[in-house]
Design a protein around this ligand. Structure first.
Ligand code: GLN
Length: 534
């Protein structure tokens, strides 16, 4: 079992997740089997109940795990399919230890952070690494060295070095900030030195330091870091700000990061040649687009781009495939109630309404869907967006002016979107939605069938409400055809509007399965239709 721990120092938000995912990509490119674990030191059991305003989107895995968005980076960069156990939180660790204690497993002992909490952390890391069958597992330690919450995880990482062997089975990579100051652009290495001292104080000596900075750092700074932090000079890596996150693997490759990891860990790659051709082509398309389209994303968490990260990525993937940059313009749905929709949505070649919860912003989204339908603007609705499109068509095509979802209007006389049966009586909010990958059957001859190139697909879900069966016949007669269904046809999964260039919506979230090499088909459909308008 081989583990690479990636920690962070000085400040948060250094792009540790992207760095760790990129290293994974490089190792995979040499034929190694790679897996990844993200550790989040917060007390929540999972990210499912966390506010996207604060934490960015909740990413959903095939097995229904609601996890930190970094797992999305691992899946996209390394092209993996992870499960909920790949996201370890303090909440999960304490819950298990306290349950063990209540069961009497500790036989009268005093239950302590060391060894009981640290043992549970180690057990989980090793279980995932073993079961993934990987040659190497990358373990990203969330938070910053020095945080109180991270301490037990760093201690577990230190112990794993002892247990498994620091010589070749465990490697520590520390990501830090090197600020560049003043008009002469002098690199300041002191924060890195301090942070490495903190790490060493906890018994971990980093094998590699990745120095984040605005510009590449000069050799003198590299030497200084190597000297003061006691690492080899070629194990000090400079990672300047990139134009695109997809550049990072190549920047690391140029400095031999994968070779260093392979040497240090005595890994046996299938090939010494890197196979990054497809990635390079993709990056080239991202960096040198031949055209540009604008997609308006109508939501309510628009002040934090990370709230819709997987959509942004899916658009980047779909755009790159066509040599097109997709500019995403965030539109606060409430603006559509205050101003003329044509002016708010002016310049958009397409509109997307992503997932969401709660009543605020809903009426503005209905205005956006109507605007797209009536003006034949390409439109994609996802999850809540699918429900919004259905409500809009009920109201303005079928004339059911009070049509609504019981999520927003429990007493409506036309509950066209209603709570799924199995959700009734559910009291807990955590991990109780319809979650994860479910099989969807797609109708022959539909746009969805053409885009997916298959009649049987599997997509990820995260919802409590669904289209009310009592309205299906009327909706289909009005041209809102349900071309994707699940659970023997009883659950509506995809809607397509007849006679519109592209007005498609899905109950599932296609953005979570989008990959640079395999863009989400429904996002591709929107981008292609948008390109058709330039
Ligand atoms: N709030 C809606 C539901 O629970 C939509 C959820 C979503 O968009 N993820 O069904």
């Amino acid at each position: 079992m081989k583990l690479v721990f990636v920690s962070g120092g000085v400040i948060s938000g250094l792009g540790k997740g992207i760095t760790a995912s990129s290293i994974g990509r490089l190792l995979k490119a040499r034929g190694l089997v790679v897996s990844a674990i993200k550790i989040d030191p917060y007390l929540n059991i999972d990210a499912g109940t966390m506010n996207p305003f604060e934490h960015g989107e909740v990413y959903v895995l095939d097995d229904g795990g609601e996890v930190d968005l970094d797992l999305g980076n691992y899946e996209r960069f390394i092209d993996l399919q992870l499960g909920r156990d790949h996201n370890i939180t303090t909440g999960k660790i304490y819950k298990t230890v306290i349950e063990n204690e209540r069961r009497g497993d500790y036989l009268g002992k005093t239950v302590q952070i060391i060894p009981h909490i640290t043992d549970e952390i180690k057990r989980r890391i090793m279980k995932v690494a073993r079961e993934s069958g990987s040659d190497v597992t990358i373990v990203e330690l969330g938070g910053t060295v020095g945080d109180i919450e991270s301490m037990p995880f760093l201690e577990a990482a230190r112990q794993l070095g002892r247990d498994l062997g620091k010589e070749e089975n465990v490697m520590y990579i520390h990501t830090t900030l090197v600020p560049i100051m003043g008009s002469v652009g002098e690199e300041k290495t002191k924060p890195t030195q301090r942070s490495v001292k903190d790490l060493m104080g906890l018994g971990i000596k980093p094998d590699m330091i990745i120095a984040r900075s605005s510009e590449p750092i000069v050799d003198a700074a590299r030497r200084k870091i190597a000297m003061f932090c006691d690492v080899d000079e070629d194990y000090v890596i400079s990672l300047p700000d990139a134009k695109s996150i997809y550049e990072v693997p190549l920047t690391l490759e140029r400095q031999g990061v994968a070779d260093r990891v392979i040497d240090k860990m005595k890994l046996r790659p299938l090939t010494t040649k890197r196979n990054m051709k497809e990635w390079e082509t993709f990056l080239n398309n991202v960096l040198n687009p031949k055209k540009e389209v604008c997609i308006a994303l109508v939501g309510k968490y628009t002040s934090l781009a990370d709230s819709y990260l997987s959509h942004l990525e899916a658009f980047a993937h779909a755009g790159a495939k066509r040599g097109c940059r997709v500019k995403v313009k965030f539109v606060d749905s409430d603006d559509l109630l205050l101003k003329d929709p044509s002016s708010v949505l002016d310049g958009a070649h397409g509109i997307v309404i992503p997932g969401g919860f709660g009543m605020r912003g809903v009426e503005g989204k209905i205005v956006a869907a109507r605007h797209a339908r009536e003006n034949r603007i390409p439109f994609l609705g996802v999850c809540l967006g699918f429900q919004i499109a259905t409500i809009e068509i009920c109201r303005h095509v079928l004339g059911l002016k009070d049509a609504n979802s019981t999520e927003f209007a429990p007493e409506t006389c036309d509950p066209v979107i209603c709570l799924m049966n199995e959700q009734k009586g559910m009291e807990d909010m955590g991990a109780t939605m319809r979650l994860g990958a479910q099989a969807v059957k797609i109708a022959d001859g539909s746009k969805a069938a053409a885009l997916y190139g298959s009649k049987d697909v599997s997509e990820r879900h995260r919802h409590r409400f669904e289209v009310n069966q009592a309205y299906i016949e009327r909706l289909e007669k009005a041209g809102w055809r349900f071309t994707g269904r699940s659970d023997d046809g009883s659950r509506m999964e995809i809607g397509e509007l007849e006679g519109h260039p592209y007005f498609v919506a899905s109950q599932f979230h296609p953005e979570f399965k989008s990959r640079p090499e395999r863009p989400s088909p429904l996002h591709q459909g929107l981008v292609d239709a948008a390109i058709g308008r330039i």
